[in-house]
Design a protein around this ligand. Structure first.
Ligand code: 4AD
Ligand code: MG
Length: 432
């Protein structure tokens, strides 16, 4: 049986003049009479294959002439240096087999964003999309490594829920047999319950938000990395965030240089992403915004425009702490030193990217939680189990949620969050 080599392994340790075998998909092809130049792509890279009449059976040569873009192929041939070829090497074919021929490919060089989104199932094969998916996998692997080293246990919370975590406005409601249920906005409350067994937990799940607004940073379905930690206060929570995020970025810098090149992402600024990150109180940020000409009152949440203004000159992420209560959720812990505010922090990515993490210390005072639910006219019944957590051995605890696609958007320097996920779901799109 032929043993196929990955293109990247061939390019990194070339087997000059040896016969090698590869398989993949035709990325580009042109022919001029007696010779076909086909660039072949596999999951690891691209390489030029030269198919010359006379060097292989004629039927195979003819197959190479007519093989169109995205046909899957198997090739054996000898490997040679060639300065003009991408990567600097070529394979001169001794055999060429089309495994699956391709119909005329609907995606050509200049295409509208709509066409690319309609053909997402094909577009994800592009080199840029492939690079983004690899960076995302490496960010997640970096997080999991760091979490494993720091005594976190991965858990699997539910997606069907009966209670909101982040407020009713962005809840997706569905019929659950003869009852109503919702798709989870956040695993937080379930993670809070799990710390009483495991102390430090995390989960990576889809979260759903019925976001009606079309923005370059909102999806209706995104992958949420959430942590919850017993015996940790808001400051400890921020330390966990900055160390985990630094470890995630460091792994990308170490392992994904080539992908960052494909994405034309300048990696220099990412080298500044090292704990500790700056901490600035919300109130100070409001002053800063006023000095920049913004007319924003204390108590208003920061939107994309404000976050851009705050972070455009930063090179590393920044924590904004102590948001006023009116712009955050009922479960956060009141700051005894400034009871207008919660012990919470959003982590904003630099250079205008904005919020990638929302986190806080959690309120442990049962009466305060009940009072806030009442003030906000939220029925208590679906939260019975959550309130129990404050009745049976409650402990100080904190946690946060990181939007996976938000961090990918920043690390890859993408214009739009839809390119940080293979099948983006937005208000306008659930196909393919
Ligand atoms: O700030 P959020 O709403 O916080 C929570 O859900 C907390 N319960 C998390 C926790 O403490 N366990 O969401 C957390 C993060 C945001 O910072 C953002 O990165 C991401 O989730 N996010 C979205 N990403 C893409 N599309 C959306 N519509 C998003 N909404 C939030
Ligand atoms: Mg938030």
């Amino acid at each position: 049986m032929t043993s196929f080599l990955s293109i990247c392994s061939l390019l990194s340790s070339p087997r000059l003049e040896e016969t090698v075998a590869i398989r993949g998909w035709i990325y580009r092809t042109r022919s001029s009479g007696k010779i076909v130049f086909a660039t072949v792509r596999d999951s690891s890279g691209i390489i030029q294959v030269t198919i010359k009449k006379g060097n292989l059976p004629n039927v195979q040569f003819e197959a190479a002439v007519s093989a169109s873009i995205e046909s899957s192929v198997e090739v054996t041939g000898t490997m040679h240096k060639d300065e003009r070829a991408p990567g600097g090497y070529e394979i001169r074919a001794l055999s060429f087999t089309v495994v699956g021929p391709a119909a005329p490919y609907p995606i050509t060089e200049y295409q509208s964003e709509e066409l690319l989104l309609d053909n997402r199932h094909l577009w994800i094969r592009s080199r840029e999309q492939t690079a983004v998916m690899k960076v995302k996998a490496t960010l997640l692997a970096g997080a999991r490594e760091w979490l494993g080293e720091n005594d976190f246990t991965e858990v699997t919370p539910p997606i069907f829920t009966q209670n909101a975590c982040e407020g009713g406005v962005t809840l997706f409601k569905l019929k659950y047999f003869d009852r109503d249920a919702f798709l989870s906005q956040s695993a937080q409350m379930y993670l809070e319950s799990l710390i009483f067994a495991l102390e430090r937990v995390y989960s990576i799940t889809p979260s759903f938000r019925a976001e009606k607004s079309r923005t370059p940073r909102h999806l209706t379905e995104y992958w949420h990395l959430e942590l919850e930690e017993a015996w940790v206060d808001n400051e400890g929570n921020m330390r966990i965030q900055e160390e985990m995020v630094s470890a995630m970025v460091a792994k990308v810098l170490k392992e994904r240089k080539e992908e960052m090149e494909i994405l034309k992402r300048d990696i220099e600024p990412l080298k500044a992403v090292q704990a500790p990150f700056k901490r600035v109180r919300y109130e100070k940020m409001i002053d800063l915004l006023h000095s920049k000409g913004f007319d924003i009152p204390f108590g208003a949440d920061l939107g994309a425009v404000e976050e851009r203004a705050i972070t455009e000159e930063e090179v590393a992420p920044v924590f904004v702490t102590n948001f006023p209560k009116e712009c955050k959720a009922f479960y956060m812990k009141e700051d005894p030193d400034d009871p207008r505010t919660y012990k919470c922090a959003d982590l904003l990515a630099p250079l205008g990217f904005g919020e990638i993490i929302g986190g806080s210390e959690r309120e442990t005072d049962l009466n305060k939680i009940i009072q806030r639910l009442e003030e906000q006219n939220i029925p208590q019944d679906p939260y019975r189990w959550y309130l129990d957590l404050r009745r049976y051995g409650s402990v100080p605890h904190s946690g946060f949620g990181l939007g996976t696609e938000r961090i990918v958007k920043w690390v890859c320097n993408l214009d739009h969050i839809r390119d940080a996920i293979p099948y983006p779901r937005t208000v306008a799109r659930v196909y393919p």
